[in-house]
Design a protein around this ligand. Structure first.
Ligand code: NAD
Length: 369
């Protein structure tokens, strides 16, 4: 193994070492080389930006879903309906990394031609870090808003409740800032993304103290409330715990989460969540409703860009709350993390790395032997 360095319980791997290994795993597991590279670069990209929850820790779960026939390699989206400014696309449970790219590219094409576009993507495999899609749209010069639900993944209790009725439903928006990097707001509407609970369960960063609600209604950050007791070697399953994640921001986050289920679930045709069927037989997938806007059709692109730049400067000029603190705008922390991790490597807990290696061994991946 070519680790940059190791500290007790953590290994640090360079992106250029990890990415080909992850790609080989997906290729050996039946994805084309193109799709395997796409999945690997997006997972490693999430780690690079500090979202370990949506990075390579997902490899065992993705391969398991592929082998169980719950997600499918090398799909192309079906166009269910479309006109000049909208489309409904069915991903048929293809890998979200490919399905997301295809859906965003339809949105970019329509918005480039007509100024705006709304794209409903249904039945996608896990779309990973939603910021990827806002970044892709921003690269095409477009503002974008993405609302996402996670069908068949009941992990979150509504505000005022303790039973699971919601998914982690991320919200994301991107603002292009040519020639610089775009502003990207991207977060789960749960107090923490499920993957962050998975990271905590694997010995990584702990969750906020009140991120979970236990079956008895008490607040906690113990991921076992989500996953239940763990048996050695089993892939952690968030459906088995007696408790739930909470939404962020009390009733406001719960309301936004509710809206996501309606727009990304009910409206796209993915479906809003309801009582779960047999966990081994259900496809966990994302619905995503995306809105694309060209700043040019609202007026001057240059005026918009300078307004945004001025506002960023104004926001950042607020005196820090802590003496050594800094006011950041959306997307900034990810850029800082990416700069640092490009030098120092991607941290993986020993447990997370062992699980990835075990999946690699199972499919016969050799790149790191
Ligand atoms: P998070 O709590 O880390 O919040 C991230 C957002 O907050 C970013 O926009 C970031 O720039 C901003 N931010 C962070 N620190 C900041 C600071 N100090 N000042 C100002 N802004 C700051 O994110 P999360 O809720 O843990 O979500 C992590 C990832 O999980 C996201 O990429 C999301 O898309 C993804 N997710 C995906 C799914 C799915 O089903 N595909 C489900 C849930 C979450």
């Amino acid at each position: 193994m070519q680790a940059i360095r190791q500290t007790p319980g953590t290994v640090f791997l360079a992106p250029h070492v990890l990415s080909p290994y992850v790609s080989e795993i997906f290729h050996r597991a039946s994805c084309s080389k193109t799709e395997a590279n796409c999945i690997a670069s997006r997972l490693v990209g999430a780690n690079l930006r500090g979202h370990d929850s949506h990075g390579v820790i997902r490899v065992p779960r993705y391969v398991d879903a592929l082998q169980k026939g719950l997600v499918f390699a090398d799909q192309t989206v079906d166009v269910i309906t479309e006109n000049d400014v909208m489309a409904v696309l069915d991903a048929k449970f293809g890998f979200g990394q490919s399905m997301g790219e295809q859906a965003v590219d339809v949105g970019i094409k329509k918005a480039a031609a007509n100024g705006v576009a709304i794209i409903a993507l249904r039945n996608s495999g896990h779309l990973g870090r939603i910021g990827d899609w806002a970044e892709r749209a921003a690269d095409g010069g477009l503002i974008s808003i993405h609302m996402v639900n996670v069908k068949n993944s009941l992990l979150v209790a509504p505000f005022g409740g303790r039973d699971r009725r919601m998914s982690t439903s991320p919200f994301c928006a991107g603002i292009p800032m040519p020639p610089g990097t775009p502003v990207i707001l991207d977060f789960a509407t749960s107090a923490a993304a499920e993957g962050k609970a998975l990271v905590a369960l694997s010995g990584g960063k702990a969750l906020p103290a009140d991120a979970l609600i236990a079956a008895d209604g008490s607040l906690s950050n113990d991921p076992l409330h989500l996953y239940g007791p763990q048996s050695t070697g089993a892939i952690a399953n968030p459906n088995l715990g007696p408790g739930a994640l909470r939404t962020f921001g009390d009733h406001k986050g719960s309301g936004l989460n509710f809206l996501m289920e309606i727009l990304a679930g009910a409206l796209t045709g993915t479906g809003a969540n309801g009582p779960l069927v047999d966990p081994d037989k259900r496809n966990v997938g994302n619905g995503m409703l995306s809105i694309y806007m060209s700043p040019a059709v609202f007026g001057s692109t240059d005026t918009f860009a300078s307004e945004v730049r001025n506002y960023i400067d104004f926001v950042k000029s607020s005196r820090p709350a802590e003496p050594d603190g800094e006011v950041l705008v959306p997307g900034e922390v990810e850029l800082k993390t990416m700069a640092e991790r490009s030098r120092t490597g991607l941290p993986l807990s020993d447990k997370a790395w062992a699980n990835i290696k075990s999946t690699g061994d199972q499919v016969g991946a050799t790149a790191l032997q």
